[in-house]
Ligand binder design. Structure first.
Ligand SMILES: *Cc1c(COP(=O)(O)O)cnc(C)c1O
Length: 423
């Protein structure tokens, strides 16, 4: 069916025609493609066009779409009942896999989305410390819970301004938003708020303002300041968990947070989230402790089956494979843009990358905002017409999966050459 007809029909009954805003192409214009099916690295839309997919459901599909072993694990689980509202052995297996992969995690609570994981982590940190204020960084996305949907101030430490109507000012004021990669501001905010900060939450590699890597010393400072102040350090590894290695960015950096949020990959494409950390903190969650949290579909058997199968397959994979493919793609893209005399900065962490249309290094939200989003939009649509599905915003990460072949990368480079020539 024609995508314009589908979008019109969708907009009549769904706000903006989509169930998550970025899908609507607001940042790049035009009409979103409607997906009919997906296999491996390839999406097919409602008009039978095929695309090499670099969105990968925003991260979960690290093994490619419709992986046969994951599909059969889900089908098998479905045949035995899709939800019980009672404990199952699969939930223990899932928690054991996560505990085994993360040295900072001793206990795990499964939830149904990354948003629930971060929301619960904040509540737990507040309940555990008896403090109300939290610190986050501008450009980091931690789902859409009220305390976390607070926008950047003016690049210095400011009291929070609600990032969305509907968030009470009194709640937003408790969220202190600081510039990413700015260790000095973190130190001064801790000095100015003694005994008041419950936690710092951070994407250890930022991937929701485009990919931005932590500078040397930044995460170390967060660890030190939180420890000295009796605050908790929360790593939001919803994207980075099992994306850069079998484990999290904490496995690579050696910096151990008090709490970790997971999602995306650990659900193998089904709705999931998880929160884990030290036993003494996790034991504060109900029913072991007083901090309440619950979920009708938490630990859902289909999600657990998809997740466990995904982790078991990932365990046997060599992450250098996807890293090298991504590095080759990024190097080729950089070369093509340079040849054309167009300034771009390509940030990459393992199999995550963003091409920023700016000549300046991108190290935080402010520098990311210097990108030419209009030029990006033209690049995006050129690539889409050439059969390459990139993330439809300048400020998002692109994802390479184990299903991407060398020939997919070659085709993507060829498409980029033609697209950039025409820009
Ligand atoms: C996607 C994402 C979330 C939210 O997860 P949902 O499952 O979409 O609620 C939280 N944190 C980060 C870093 C994410 O990328």
């Amino acid at each position: 069916m024609e995508k314009n007809d589908l979008f019109l029909r969708a907009k009549r009954v769904i706000p903006g025609g989509v169930n998550s805003p970025v899908r609507a192409y607001s940042a790049v214009g035009g009409t979103p493609i409607f997906i009919r099916d997906a296999h491996g690295s390839i999406l097919t839309d409602s008009q039978n066009n095929r695309y090499i997919d670099y969105v990968c459901s925003w991260g979960p599909m690290i093994l490619g779409h419709s992986h046969p072993e994951i599909v059969s694990a889900v089908c098998e689980a479905a045949g035995s009942g899709t939800s019980f509202g009672a404990p199952t052995e699969r939930e223990i297996t899932m928690a054991e896999r996560i505990v085994e992969a993360f040295s900072s995690i001793e206990m795990v609570r499964m939830v149904s989305s990354g948003t629930e994981a971060t929301m619960t982590a904040i509540r737990l940190a507040r309940g555990f410390t008896g403090r109300d204020k939290i610190v986050k960084f501008s450009g980091c996305y931690h789902g859409h819970a009220d305390s976390l949907l607070v926008k950047a101030g003016s690049g210095v430490a400011t009291l929070g301004i609600p990032g969305s109507p509907g968030i009470p000012k009194s709640l937003a004021e408790l969220t202190l938003t600081l510039p990413y990669n700015d260790a000095e501001t973190v130190k001064s905010v801790f000095a100015a708020n003694p005994g008041q900060i419950a936690c710092v939450i951070v994407e250890p590699v930022a991937a929701n303002m485009g990919v931005v890597l932590p500078e040397k010393g930044f995460l170390e400072t967060l660890r030190e300041e939180t420890k000295n102040a009796g605050s908790l350090l929360i790593f939001d590894e919803v994207i980075t968990g099992f994306r850069l290695c079998y484990g999290g960015y904490q496995t690579i950096s050696g910096i151990r947070p008090d709490l970790t949020c997971l999602g995306k990959i650990i659900g193998g494409g089904l709705p999931v989230g998880a929160l884990g950390g030290k036993r003494e903190i996790m034991q504060h969650l109900a029913p072991a402790g007083p901090v309440y949290q619950a979920g009708t579909l938490s630990g859902n058997p289909l999600a657990m089956s998809a997740g466990i199968k995904t982790l078991d397959l990932l365990r046997t994979k060599d992450y250098a494979q996807i890293e090298q493919k991504t590095a080759r793609l990024c190097a080729a893209l950089g070369g093509i843009f340079r040849k054309k005399g167009m300034p771009v900065k390509i940030n990459r962490a393992g199999s995550l990358f963003t091409v920023f249309f700016t000549g300046e290094d991108v190290i935080d939200y402010e520098s990311a905002q210097k990108s030419d989003a209009a030029l990006f939009a033209r690049f995006f649509h050129g690539m889409l017409s050439a059969g390459i599905n990139l993330a439809p915003s300048q400020f998002e990460a692109n994802f390479v999966s184990f299903a991407h072949s060398d020939s997919d990368i070659d085709k993507t480079i060829e498409a980029a050459k033609k697209t950039i020539q025409a820009l």
